[in-house]
Each structure stands twice: as C-alpha cells, then as structure tokens.
Design a binder for this molecule. Structure first.
Ligand SMILES: [Fe+2]
Length: 361
C-alpha cells in the first residue's frame, strides 16, 4: 500500500515517540514509582521508564529516571517543561544558564524544575545507591502541538527569563502572600519538600495547610498540601491532570463519579502517584501517626493557568458545590466516608481528630 491508501488521521505523535523510545510504559490508575520497571534509555544514557496515569489528561506524562551509583545522564535540552521529584538517592543537577552554570544537590523528597529548554545533566553522587527521579513533564502537549521532534529536542532558543534569580537554584525563594490556598513560593529548587513550611488553608478542611509553587516561571504547576494527624480533607472535583505524589505519612484516597454507588480506592505512601480523572470526586485521608503531605503537579499554574478549567479550579477549589463550586462540605458527604475513615484509623491505632469538624458517633 502506498501513502495515499493510508490516510493520516487520528495521529498521536507523542504516543508514537514514547513507543519508539523503547523503555517500559506503565499505564494505570495508581502507580508505585519506586517499583515501576526501567530499562536502558539511550536518550538519557541511564535507565528509565514512562508512566501514563489514567487521569493524566492530554498534556502531561511522567518519566522515571533510574541512575546507577556514580552515573550521570547524557546532556539534555528540550522544549518542554519538567518538574522533578526525587524518589530516592542523592545527587546533583547542573543547569546551563544565560550567565553561567548553576548546580544544586538533591536528596529524597527534593523538588525542582528545569527551566524551559535549558541544557542540563543529572548526576548520582553516591558510589553505592541508585537514584530515582520522577520527572513530570508536558512533552505530550508540546509534541502533539508541533509534531516535529527536532523542533522540541534540538532547538537552540534561550528562554533567559525562565531561570529567574540565581538564588532560586540554591534553594532560596520569594514568598508571595496572596491568601489561604493561593500563597505562592517562587523558586527553582526545594531541597526538602517534606520539611517545607506550608500555610494554613482551613476551607479545604480539618486544619490543613498548603503552598502553591511557581517553579522556573513555568506553566507547569506544583503545590503541596498537608493533613494533620487523624484528619482528612473535603472531597472535590476538577479537570484531569493533577498528578498527586505522596510525600510524608500514609493514607488512602477515595474517588467516585457523581451517582456512583462505590468508591475507587488508592492507598498511598511515598513513591505512589495517582491522578484524579476528569470531574471525578476525590478525597484524601491521613491514616498515619504523622502528618501526611502530598505534592500535586499539573499543566497550568497559578501564575499561568493555561486552561479555563485550571483558572476555575484556582478561583473556586474551596467553594461548596451548593454554591456553584467543586467541593463537598463535610456535612454533605456520604456517611460511609466517615465510618470507613474511623475503621481505617483504628487499624493503625490513630485517634480521630475529626470531632472538631464533623459530628462523630
Ligand atoms: Fe484535587
């Protein structure tokens, strides 16, 4: 058959690229990134794999990079944004900036962004341990938009403004107070996300706290939220692609579509990621004897929301569905939700602190 007999339609240039990279591709609802299979990835010069979550939406994918002891990636430069969460190991990243090189040292639970189209390398500084990185990126959006790999992977344009203040590579940043749920920390690197100071956001429930991040002035979004011991957040829903990474503690999330009789459940601890699908209600529960904190990465930041859905979410994430928002208040939730939580807490020997927020029997 010639080309004329094979009309080109319904193409997915990103999916075609991903298949050709020759590394394992995992597609699932919730995934333990510490366990996903990896294989030598020639592009990076280290092992790697690709993760496509069920609720990832159209813009975002996760690349898992696994660096053997002492290894380094090949130099990389690409016209897509990437937010990197360190799953395991210690190392450093060197980034070429408009005024010279920047480097910073990372360890487990570090978070950083690679400025758009900046040349960089990752190094595993340990002689004994492997290092594993989760790089959440918008290559699907970029490759499907331009469908030209050379444009995305061999493009010399320098986005000098994306590098920001040199302090941003040293783990320092600027706090930009807005209001609860919209306070921002602008930086390129957070050495320890587990210990980063969050700010109270009561309207999302039960003494929770939060910080929105602006990383390398990106369109890729990240935020972190924490649930105190013995508490859970209120359910809400929004569009797809918020990739939720457990950072501290452990617990579970329930997900359901309006009208469903049963819940989908994802159990999580550090290493697990899941993405609530489009307009699926989801609710996060801390069953750990310590605060549970997670990281969420998505396309569309508080500074550059990109989509109408993100703009709507960032404006009304903590508004009740009764008032046109997307949150279910505790008093409106299915009674099975609280009963299940008390049973799960009992298994872990943790006392509920929800009595202040909801009537407990
Ligand atoms: Fe959410």
């Amino acid at each position: 058959m010639n080309d004329a007999a094979q009309p080109k339609l319904l193409l997915d240039p990103y999916a075609t690229w991903a298949e050709r990279e020759g590394v394992p591709i995992v597609e699932d609802f919730g995934v333990d990134l510490l366990k996903v299979p990896t294989a030598p990835w020639p592009r990076f010069g280290v092992d790697g794999g690709i993760v496509h979550l069920k609720g990832r939406g159209d813009f975002v994918a996760i690349f898992v990079l696994d660096l053997p002891p002492g290894a380094q990636t090949a130099p990389q430069q690409h016209l897509y944004e990437e937010v990197v969460y360190v799953l395991a190991g210690h190392g450093s990243t060197v980034i070429d900036g408009p005024h010279g090189q920047h480097s910073f040292e990372w360890g487990p639970k570090s978070l950083f962004a690679l400025p758009l189209n900046a040349r960089y390398r990752h190094f595993n500084s340990s002689g004994r341990e492997r290092a594993r990185l989760a790089a959440t990126n918008n290559l699907p959006a970029m490759l499907n938009l331009f469908h030209n790999e050379a444009f995305v992977f061999a493009n010399g344009f320098a986005f000098a403004e994306r590098h920001g203040d040199a302090r941003f590579f040293a783990g320092e940043g600027n706090f930009v107070p807005v209001r609860p749920g919209r306070n921002m920390w602008e930086t390129n690197f957070i050495a320890d996300l587990a210990g980063f100071e969050l700010k109270a956001w009561d309207r999302r429930g039960a003494g929770g706290s939060n910080m929105m991040f602006i990383l390398a002035d990106g369109t890729m979004h990240a935020h972190s939220s924490q649930m105190p011991i013995g508490t859970y957040k209120k359910a809400h829903r929004h569009g797809a692609d918020f990739h939720v990474f457990a950072v501290t503690g452990h617990g579970y999330s329930l997900l359901w579509y309006e009208g469903d009789q049963d819940f989908v459940r994802v159990d999580w601890r550090h290493g697990v990621v899941f993405a609530p699908p489009d307009m699926m209600f989801h609710q996060h529960f801390n069953t750990s004897p310590q605060p549970s904190r997670y990281l969420a990465v998505a396309m569309g930041s508080l500074r550059y929301p990109f989509t109408t859905d993100k703009r709507r979410v960032f404006m009304g994430m903590d508004v009740s569905v009764r008032d046109g928002g997307c949150q279910i208040e505790y008093e409106d939730q299915d009674p099975r939700i609280h009963a299940l939580y008390l049973a799960e807490l009992a298994k872990h020997g943790v006392a509920s602190e929800m009595g202040k927020f909801i009537k407990e029997n």
